[in-house]
Design a protein around this ligand. Sequence first.
Ligand code: HEM
Length: 502
Amino acid sequence: MLEGLLPQIPTPLTLLGVVLVLFLLYLLSSTPGPGKSPPGPKPLPLLGNLLHLDLKRLHVSLCELSKKYGSVFTVHVGPKKVVVLAGYKTVKQALVNFAEEFGDREIAPVFRDAFKEHGVLFANGDSWKEMRRFSLSTLRNFGMGKRGSEEKIIDESRHLIEVFENFKGKPFNTTQPVNYSASNIISAIMYGSRFDYADPAFQKMVSRANENMRLLGSAEIQVYNVLPWLRWCCGRWLVNRTRSLKNIDYNIEEIMELVQGLKDTLNPQDPRGFVDSFLVRQQEESDHLGSCFHNNNLNFTVSNLFAAGTDTTATTLRWGLLLMAKYPYIQNQVQEELSRVIGDREPRMEDRRNLPYTDAVIHETQRLANIAPLSIPHTTSCDVTFQGYFIKKGTTVIPLLASVLQDEEEWETPHSFNPGHFLDEKGCFIKRDAFMPFSAGRRACLGESLARMELFLFFTFLLQRFRFTPPPGVSEDELDLTPSVGFTLNPSPHQLCAVSRA
Ligand code: HEM
């Protein structure tokens, strides 16, 4: 009895076993294939290149290494061999021209534990293909990129403005309200209804998802992902893993309850959202043996869409507000354009083409914020020879989006905030090829058009109503742009004032 309550202390025999397994893994990962491997720093046995890598700012270490080893290189994270693709040309070529070969998802142990290869984010093969196809077409049916979601976002923007107004120009942390509004857009599409910001169940759900974004990017979980057997000998010390799995379990329970409520009131002729459409399809396929439309895929796909669609959009929007407070002369130009083109009426999507400066500021925010610097890692689906290098089937591949969004050959001032990157000499908006925050190819973000609509509408609604400034006594120079690293790159904790312009 008591034994189970005590921390498990590894015995010398277990440790010896661990060292042997590590050594075997090291030997296996360094076995040469039929061609030359991408170059990289020499790995130490067992540790690999851990001494070259700052796990807290992995993207920075990898960008540095690419200067020395080129645009396709190898690093060993502990015993695990990883191929990194860097720079716009290489990342685009791999993800688009070699879409099949580089198109599988790396399912790191913590995600395998959590999602058991169901859903759309951390799955591969036929099940992933079905879930991705179904998610894309159903999101479109419920208005992704069209009028339907425009109405939902406009409605949510009004709620968000109300919350900001309640602070009466006093400093506050933007995280919670912005997360609530982004999460409510996914809720409206998934369930057909939004939550009240004061609903405690909703608040808990969003805060668990937020906490997970931080935990899943932690050094502890990165170490666990390369040494998953640690859970057998040191499971009790993997506190972030335990906590994040618990958070996911709670959120799945919450989803199951909501799904049950929808099932009880389902009218197949009039689906209210994504879940209803899934339930209808599930009924249609009930006598198909091996159908992918089972409950696990429903629960995990809904959970994935919340996770992928909330923090990403909310974080980007918060970067946008912070950058406006930091660069008031840029905020002036956005507000001048909004006043001139829209005046006092509510913004609509069709205004975007008449707001080139505002559009450029939103794109530049996404470029500089670089919220998914490693994308979400991929794995090779077969042996591949790429740019003369041989890469074995099943090798982890990082498309280093940070190196694309800050590629010195593509951007005039890669490391500073410059909306001019997206404007021609006449001030018209221009698209840039190396703008790839949503990645590319067969695993590219499936919520891109929804995210772009959210960013445009939330940003213009807020900038039309409020002037964003640092708290009293803090200068613009003191606003810190150093990101806080989690699963995504977030602004470091800060407060802003939203001063009403009316
Ligand atoms: C500013 C907002 C967003 C950014 C920057 C972003 C970025 C990304 C990136 C970099 C990936 C990985 C692509 C790859 O593996 O190569 C991704 C995947 C994904 N995103 Fe987004 N995303 C955003 C918003 C959204 C939204 C709103 C949704 C949901 C409606 C969403 C759903 C997904 C899903 C489901 C995947 C996994 C696709 C797959 O594995 O097949 N994302 N996103």
